[in-house]
Write a protein that binds this ligand. Structure first.
Ligand code: SAM
Length: 282
């Protein structure tokens, strides 16, 4: 059985629980939205689903109906403690649930490698936590996350748009992201000030060796720190002068007068390759 608005409020009241804005605690009170998220994520009976921020358990119950098991990572100890009680009283799938009371940003291992990530992410850490999980758990094949509409647009943006930026290009190292739905603010308790969207991702083969990633990510940070500038000047401080920057970019096959917002992840890999070949050290 899924949770509706009255069950959510009743559980919160029984705990004397007041949602904390700082932890992005906006709970979904519409069971159909949870079912839709699980369906869009394509969760199957062999999946080990990991959920970041299960909150009061609305999405967790939906995941337990489909997945072989669910690992729920919740920072708030009162919510983490309540989750098994809620699951036990609303389903017969308690044995398939593992609750981990920890900050998802500092998590580095799970008892079983997860295959799918499904979460209504806490808005204040949505991008770092998503990138962290893609990095730490290569077993994650795909997923669907709910994030603030503006963040969703950034994750799934195309080059040369104003939404295209650091999160877009870094996320593209691990995965292909796309917008898969939108969610009205009225399905949350308490209702947030912004609308939300659903972002789907499918893991791709990394565009270069993992050892190159620190330089690739530093190049992305550098290019977007001054996104209105041509790459040769945006990168000159970092690379030790505009002449070196021009040489790096030329070697990488990239016109030095372009801006960082037109490049895709493979271009940043070519830049990192050129930097390595030229023996530039930081
Ligand atoms: N999944 C629930 C739902 O859809 O109703 C709750 C989603 S709510 C937007 C975000 C949840 O993430 C909250 O339960 C909050 O306590 C939890 N949270 C916030 N920061 C976290 C972190 N760094 N690590 C793990 N959980 C976190």
């Amino acid at each position: 059985m899924m949770l509706g608005a009255s069950e959510i409020r009743a559980i919160a009241e029984s705990l004397d629980f007041k949602p904390a804005k700082a932890l992005g605690q906006n709970f979904v009170i519409d069971a159909n939205v949870c079912r839709k998220i699980v369906r869009l994520a394509g969760v199957v009976s062999t999946d080990v689903a990991v959920e970041i921020g299960p909150g009061l358990g609305s999405l967790t119950l939906g995941l337990l109906e489909e997945a072989a098991s669910v690992i729920a990572v919740e920072i708030d100890s009162r919510l983490a403690g309540q989750l098994a009680i809620t699951v036990a009283s609303h389903s017969d799938r308690l044995a398939h649930l593992t609750v981990i009371n920890q900050d998802a940003l500092t998590l580095t291992q799970l008892p079983v490698p997860p295959t799918v990530l499904v979460a209504n992410l806490p808005y204040n850490v949505s991008v770092p936590v998503l990138l962290h999980f893609l990095e730490i758990f290569p077993s994650l094949r795909s997923g669907v996350v709910m994030v603030q509409a503006e963040v969703a647009d950034r994750l799934a943006a195309k080059p040369s748009t104003k939404e295209y930026g650091i999160p877009t290009v870094k996320a593209a190292w691990w995965s292909q992201m796309s917008l898969v739905g939108s969610v009205s603010r009225s399905v949350f308790w308490p209702a947030p000030n912004v609308d939300s969207k659903l972002v789907g991702f499918v893991r791709r083969q990394a565009p270069a060796d993992e050892s190159l990633r620190p330089i690739v990510f530093a190049a992305i940070d550098c290019a977007f720190a001054q996104r209105r500038k041509m790459l040769r000047s945006a990168m000159s401080g970092w690379l030790g002068g505009s002449e070196v920057a021009v040489e790096v970019l030329t070697r990488a096959g990239i016109d030095p007068t372009l801006r960082g917002e037109v490049l895709v992840i493979e271009d940043y890999c070519a830049i990192a390759d050129a930097i390595t070949q030229m023996g530039i050290e930081f």
